[in-house]
Ligand binder design. Structure first.
Ligand SMILES: NC(=O)c1ccc[n+]([C@@H]2O[C@H](COP(=O)([O-])OP(=O)(O)OC[C@H]3O[C@@H](n4cnc5c(N)ncnc54)[C@H](OP(=O)(O)O)[C@@H]3O)[C@@H](O)[C@H]2O)c1
Length: 260
């Protein structure tokens, strides 16, 4: 992939590539190999989390890739049960990753005690202000839960990472993110999709690509960040090879309609 990656702009002039690489369940040597293969295939955005237990492998692959730090966007996530220990958790992430900062730090899911959410959000903002992360956001938050953070702090999450795919397409929910300047980042694009759906198969055939590539391109054309995971070299490469076609407005509508 030798052209510039399409990005979305986060507050603070942070450019986030629309295509990222998921690493959940990619651990140990397989995780390291997958991330190195992904960077070689052209991904410039890697998604990890404290909970994934692979930050060390991700960090080593980023380093070994020979890419410049500023050319790779790295996300990690805070498990909400670490409330009160946020600072030590990001410091542990940075140590494991071997990085001085991450690009995006997310609250992995809403804390079980709702009253923990605002103090935790303030800790993320503090970490950003100290340059431990360039941007901060949330994951698995409803719009109402994000609005509580915004009302309390006047700071919007830069991103909400949620389960997303054609079968979950929800125009209203996407608009609620856009209206607040929050980037929607989708996860589990394949696990949420029937890749043998006739609509996807027809559109894929029309462009001589696979249904999986159509699903990824559909996210990108909606300006929704997408982070497919694979530990299979061919799939890692194919999932990054989505730049030589684009979907027509009618095809986009047909895929949107899979969301019922
Ligand atoms: N914030 C959250 O709570 C949360 C939750 C879930 C996921 N995530 C993030 O989102 C990333 C992606 O989601 P995910 O890992 O749940 O699922 P996914 O990316 O939708 O699917 C991964 C599965 O699809 C397979 N696959 C990959 N490329 C394929 C292709 N071209 N054709 C057919 N199958 C393909 C993979 O197999 P192989 O690996 O065997 O090739 C793997 O079994 C995660 O890795 C993680 O970084 C975040």
């Amino acid at each position: 992939m030798d052209h510039d990656q399409p990005t979305v702009l986060l507050p603070g002039d942070v450019r986030m590539p629309l295509l990222g690489f998921g690493t959940w369940q990619a651990t140990g040597q397989a995780g390291y190999d997958a991330v190195l293969a992904a960077l070689d295939a052209g991904y410039r955005h890697i998604d990890t989390a404290t909970m994934y237990g692979n930050e060390e492998e991700v960090g080593r692959a980023v380093k070994e890739s020979g890419l410049r730090r500023e050319d790779v966007f790295v996300t990690t996530k805070l498990p909400p049960e670490r409330v009160g220990r946020e600072r030590e958790t990001i410091e542990a992430s940075l140590r494991a990753l071997g990085l001085e900062y991450v690009d995006l730090w997310l609250i992995h899911w809403p804390p079980s005690a709702p009253s923990d959410s605002i103090p935790m959000w303030r800790e993320l903002l503090a970490a950003r202000d100290e340059n431990l992360t360039r941007a901060v956001g949330v994951s698995n938050y409803s719009t109402a839960q994000m609005d509580e953070l915004i009302q309390a702090t006047e700071e919007n999450p830069a991103v909400n990472q949620i389960r997303w795919g054609p079968s979950l397409y929800d125009r209203q929910r996407h608009a609620e993110h856009r209206d607040r300047g929050i980037v929607l980042e989708g996860y589990s694009p394949f696990k949420t999709t029937d890749l043998s759906d006739p609509v996807l198969v027809r559109i894929a055939a029309a462009h001589d690509v696979s249904p999986a590539q159509v699903v990824l391109r559909w996210h990108i054309d909606h300006e929704i960040v997408v982070i497919p995971k694979s530990v299979t070299p061919d799939r890692i490469r194919a999932n990054a090879d989505v730049w030589d076609f684009s979907l027509t407005a009618e095809e986009m509508r047909d895929i949107d309609a899979l969301g019922g």
